[in-house]
Ligand binder design. Structure first.
Ligand code: NAD
Length: 437
């Protein structure tokens, strides 16, 4: 199949590269000239494990190309995926669909033979109808079908997720579109990935329902963690105790500083807005959003509580800034409100993240960036584990204690065993677990 991927970001680049790896002929298009120039030089503009190797192999095999020129790519494609951003619209929290619609218009004028246009971007229910209307208005002669194929990959494990998905959701009523999309994903049938064909609106809503459900699960365990802390129970054991029940499942039950990232916050906001517009408010998701919002600053107060409520004159060292490990993505990372709240409480901030510091510089002010975890801890009054990068899981606690001005560790990811850290002479706080006495 000949495929154009419009939008070469986290989703477009990974999906396009994996499609090429399946054997298809793929052109990844982006408006960002620097991004395409970098890719043409073999430089990957994002951090995603193993992506460099896969891009290189498929470019070398002649199956993957990059371009800023959409017209030629679209005219020669059987399928055109829209994978542009759908951020929160400033002011009201609706999904900003301007990039999707701009891409749809540009695609429309360049369609030649029968083509399937597929939204891979996360878009509110009904967007496919609007994309189809736009294309038909712009180019009434176009032989086109518009389908929905939401993406469920996770940053940091994107290639594995794309190649071994739990399911592939395809929303279309068009038989020709169905055949082409089935052919595109055919290599995955060998991995026995279930392909679910459904209506377009249903597919669009599946994506939001999935993300809202996962965000709810996280928020639920976070509130249970707060209660556990108050009553002397251990949220890790509670999570295990409920997660072993197959009806509940063990995943997404890790208490922490609140969810963030490029998807959950904006997608839950957009779902809330869609539901309100249809006069069927989803109160659970509304509550999830507000609970999660409050939580991030509350984590700063947790640090301050160790020092009697104020951090004036104190230096706080943060380990990890990205919203999760194995990505450089800083969009809506919980570390952003955490840093401002710590600064509001008087703290001076040092930070280290294995790959997120470049993006963090655009988001945070008055932060001293360090070259490693130990340099970060040097002279600090408190060390806060914000992101559970692998390299923070086995720190030399003796060395840390020697380097810090005051041995305080606040572990927002419950990476360490309380007794172990306490045995090294630290005051240790974590999330939803009794503090060691
Ligand atoms: P991104 O910001 O990393 O990439 C979007 C790219 O689209 C940018 O490079 C931008 O320059 C390009 N672009 C915008 N308008 C364009 C146009 N008209 N023509 C060509 N290129 C254009 O975004 P992302 O994280 O890859 O997300 C894309 C979509 O996928 C969003 O709807 C998101 O919600 C969804 N999604 C993201 C993830 C994730 O983990 N990042 C997972 C599943 C779904």
């Amino acid at each position: 199949m000949r495929i154009t991927m419009v939008g070469t970001g986290y989703v477009g680049l990974v999906s396009g590269t994996c499609f090429a790896d399946f054997g298809h002929q793929v052109t990844c298009v982006d408006k960002n000239v620097d991004k395409i120039a970098a890719l043409d030089r073999g430089v990957i503009p994002i951090y995603e494990p193993d992506l460099d190797r896969l891009v290189e192999a498929n470019v070398r095999a002649g199956r993957l190309a990059f371009s800023t020129e959409l017209p030629e790519a679209v005219a020669n494609s059987d399928a055109v995926f829209i994978a542009v951003g759908t951020p929160s619209r400033r002011g009201d929290g609706h999904a900003d669909l301007s990039y999707v619609y701009a891409a749809a218009r540009e695609i429309a004028v360049n369609l030649k033979d029968f083509t399937v246009v597929i939204t891979k971007s996360t878009v509110p229910v009904g967007t496919g109808d609007e994309v189809e209307r736009l294309i038909r208005d712009t180019n009434p002669q176009a032989d086109v079908a518009v389908a929905s194929n939401p993406e469920f990959l996770r940053e940091g494990a994107a290639i594995r997720d794309f190649k071994h998905p739990d399911r592939i959701v395809v929303g279309t009523d068009d038989e020709r579109a169905r055949k082409i999309i089935a052919e595109i994903y055919r290599p995955l049938y060998l991995n026995q990935a279930p392909v679910m064909f459904t209506g377009r609106r249903t597919a669009e809503l599946i994506k939001y329902a999935a993300n809202a459900f996962l965000a709810t699960k996280i928020t639920f365990i976070n509130e249970i963690a707060d209660l556990a802390e108050k009553v002397g129970a251990d949220v890790q054991e509670i999570a295990r105790g409920i997660g072993l029940d197959n009806r509940i499942g063990a995943k997404f039950l890790h208490a922490g500083p609140g969810f963030g990232g490029s998807c959950f916050p904006k997608d839950t906001r957009a779902l809330v807005k869609t539901a309100q517009d249809h006069e069927t408010p989803i109160r659970i998701v509304e509550a999830v959003l507000s609970v999660n919002e409050i939580r991030k600053r509350a984590m700063a107060r947790k640090v301050a509580a160790v020092f009697g409520g104020s951090l004036r004159g104190k230096t706080v060292a943060l380990l990890g800034l990205t919203f999760k490990p194995n990505t450089d993505d800083m969009r809506e990372s919980p570390s952003i409100p955490l840093v401002t709240a710590l600064q509001d409480l008087g703290a001076t901030i040092k930070a280290y993240d294995p790959v997120g510091m470049e993006q963090a510089r655009n988001e945070l002010t008055d932060v001293t960036y360090c070259s490693g975890p130990y340099e970060c801890a040097e002279g600090a009054d408190a060390l806060v584990i914000v992101t559970e990068w692998e390299q923070f899981r086995a720190l030399d606690l003796g060395r840390l204690k020697q380097q810090m001005a005051c041995p305080v560790m606040v572990d927002l990811r419950n990476v360490y065993r309380p007794s172990e850290v306490a045995a090294h002479g630290f005051k240790y706080e974590s999330v939803g677990r009794p503090s060691p006495s």
